[in-house]
Design a binder for this molecule. Structure first.
Ligand SMILES: N#Cc1c(N)ncnc1-c1cnn(Cc2cccc(F)c2)c1
Length: 298
């Protein structure tokens, strides 16, 4: 398996849209059994495309934000973070984590109604089997966060909504209830903190695993409450009844859908490279979100 970043002592395991997974190698050249390294790239995706143009520092900003959230949530749930002692080539945007047996589901919670949840609500008056009040619109705040899990689809396929019964069949009733409780609690805590700082987190996707030896309970893996795993909205612009502007991707979306880009979503062609001003505006939004939420300077 090729090693895209040429990281000595690491074996490339998997590449997602914007992140990569590596296995640290031991002195014998074999993967260290209970460790992985998550690397966040500067890649950005929009309209289901990974864009050609990187956003400088995006990987580092989102890594630092996720680490900060793991700390804010440590009283709620243990996490997989081991250290940030990583190769210089990925310093600041990679994390050494405990290797877990990951649950085969995307644990999603929604605090505001939009996207796929809104579509289901409009069709059924409920989301993932949870009845919702009448009269909700795009962007409506839900009475409390709703657990709306999906499958982890193979690459190139779409994740599918899971009913409570399907989650219980997959992981058992007790673990299903705990995953639901924790996912909703993480989003509620995230919004308690973010709303004070001008950001609404409409929904979020987290991943849980269990220690490989089966000991202990659920461990929070992956990344947590970043603009890549969650919908971030500027609180000041919140207006139910329309599509909400994205905190971090609106400059990209606006340019790609403007005549200036010469691109059409329906063309099936890859989007063109982003102009430098859009790159700089987008980088600034990631840094702004990090600094507002954490109170730290990037
Ligand atoms: N986190 C975590 C994790 C863990 N602690 N133990 C075992 N497996 C995983 C794991 C497997 N896939 N992913 C998703 C993912 C994340 C980051 C980059 C990617 F390319 C892909 C996470």
């Amino acid at each position: 398996m090729t090693n895209p970043l040429g990281l000595e002592g690491f074996q490339h395991v998997y590449s997602g849209k914007v992140r990569d997974l590596y296995a640290p190698l031991g002195p014998d050249g074999a993967p260290v059994p209970d460790r992985l390294m998550l690397v966040a790239s500067d890649r950005i995706s929009a309209y289901d495309w990974v864009l050609d143009t990187p956003i400088p520092d995006k990987g580092a900003v989102l890594t630092r934000l996720s680490l900060w959230w793991f700390d804010q949530l440590a009283d709620l749930v243990p996490n997989h973070v081991v250290s940030t002692d990583v190769p210089a080539a990925v310093a600041g945007r990679a994390v050494i984590v405990r290797r877990l047996e990951m649950l085969k589901l995307e644990a999603i919670a929604r605090a505001y109604l939009t996207g796929g949840g809104l579509e289901e609500y409009r069709a059924k008056g409920s989301v993932c089997g949870v009845p919702l009040p009448e009269g909700l619109e795009d962007g409506s705040r839900l009475p409390e966060p709703v657990f709306t899990p999906t499958t982890k689809a193979p690459v190139g396929e779409h994740d599918l909504p899971m009913s409570p019964a399907e989650v219980e069949e997959l992981v058992g009733a007790d673990v299903a209830a705990e995953v639901s409780r924790l996912t909703r609690a993480i989003l509620a805590r995230g919004n308690e903190i973010a709303a004070e700082r001008g950001i609404l987190i409409a929904d979020t996707k987290v991943e849980f695993g269990r220690a490989a030896d089966g000991s202990g309970g659920l461990v929070l893996g992956d990344e947590v409450l970043t603009p890549d795993s969650s919908r971030f909205w500027p609180a000041a612009a919140w207006q139910p009844g329309r599509s909400q502007p994205s905190y971090d991707k609106q400059f990209v979306r606006d340019w790609l859908t403007s005549p200036e880009s010469g691109w059409s979503r329906s063309s099936g062609e890859a989007p063109p490279p982003l102009p430098e001003r859009v790159v700089e505006q987008t980088r600034a939004k990631y840094v702004e979100a990090y600094e507002l939420l954490t109170g730290e300077t990037f």
